[in-house]
Design a binder for this molecule. Structure first.
Ligand code: 13P
Length: 288
């Protein structure tokens, strides 16, 4: 199946009270692991690409080629959206040009009027091309690939203004943070999420910083309108851990254990297990 916009999958998720996982990809192993797991579980899925990862993987066109090739060669039939994560205005345009089926424009660090103006401009382009678009209000805390957010909660009125521009999905800061959560983390601000949901109605809401949020908070967020959850660091952590174990056990020194296809296999399997675990918690299994 060809890449699809995230619009239909997220509207279905919102109506059905589950969430679609958006897992960041960093290389071929990551991408293959996520796609095969989605297919096995019959779940819709989104592949997130940060601008940093885009450069690392030799550009957006390379990524589009790789993902389209995998959809065909691995016979993936579940809905898959290829999505730019925390894009700049220029990055969003480059991804649209390269053939992404979904983009995010993160204007949360701009003055609000400028965020509105640029989001509006990109909505018009995306609508014309049938691409889904995510916007952000209230920044997500922590750092991801050089994009740093202070983690302030979104203003529900501003969320409504942005939602009314015709975006597909809205990322709203509710105390969530990229990367590991600090021990003294206050948790998700459900009163803010509730107020945002009241103002934005049917708009699918996006929860960034999925790593380390306890399952009960994830489920509560879904019950309050979250229909897409982003996960990155958790896949990175399990990949690194499995690879470290392989090397510490000296397996790279035995026979042809140094072959990258063998060296990266445990990490790939660990990502598959993590993605499966997340899809089960998000409730997207069997919803393709
Ligand atoms: P984590 O790295 O905390 O899982 O966050 C992922 C994310 O929100 C990508 O935008």
């Amino acid at each position: 199946m060809a890449l699809v916009s995230a619009k239909e999958m997220l509207q279905k998720a919102k109506a059905g009270h589950y969430a679609v996982g958006a897992f960041n990809i960093n290389n071929l192993e990551w991408t293959k692991a996520i796609l095969l797991t989605a297919q096995e579980l019959n779940s819709p899925v989104m592949l997130g690409v940060s601008e940093g990862a885009g450069k690392y993987m030799a550009g957006y066109k390379t990524i589009v080629g790789m993902v389209n090739g995998m959809l065909e060669e691995l016979k993936i039939t579940v809905p898959v959206a290829l999505h730019l994560d925390h894009g700049s205005y220029e990055g969003a345009k480059a991804c649209i040009e390269a053939g992404f089926s979904s983009i995010m424009f993160d204007g949360s660090s701009l003055p609000f009027e400028e965020n509105v103006e640029k989001t509006k401009e990109l909505v018009a382009i995306c609508n014309e091309k049938g691409i889904s678009i995510e916007a952000e209000v209230g920044s997500i805390g922590g750092e991801e690939d050089g994009v740093v957010g202070l983690g302030e909660c979104a203003d529900p009125e501003e969320c409504k203004t942005i939602a009314d521009l015709g975006i597909t999905m809205l990322a709203a800061g509710i105390g969530n943070i990229h990367g590991k959560y600090p021990d003294n983390w206050a948790g998700l601000q459900f009163d803010v999420l509730d107020a945002i949901q009241q103002k934005t109605g049917d708009m699918p809401l996006v929860l960034h910083g999925g790593t380390g949020i306890p399952d009960d908070m994830i489920k509560k967020a879904i019950s309050l309108g979250v229909s897409k959850i982003n996960v990155n660091t958790e896949c990175q952590l399990v990949f690194a851990e499995a690879t470290r174990k392989y090397i510490e056990a000296g397996k790279d020194l035995a026979g042809k254990g140094f072959d990258p296809r063998k060296l990266l296999a445990p990490g790939t399997e660990a990502i598959k297990a993590k993605v499966k675990e997340k899809m089960e918690v998000f409730g997207s299994v069997g919803k393709a």
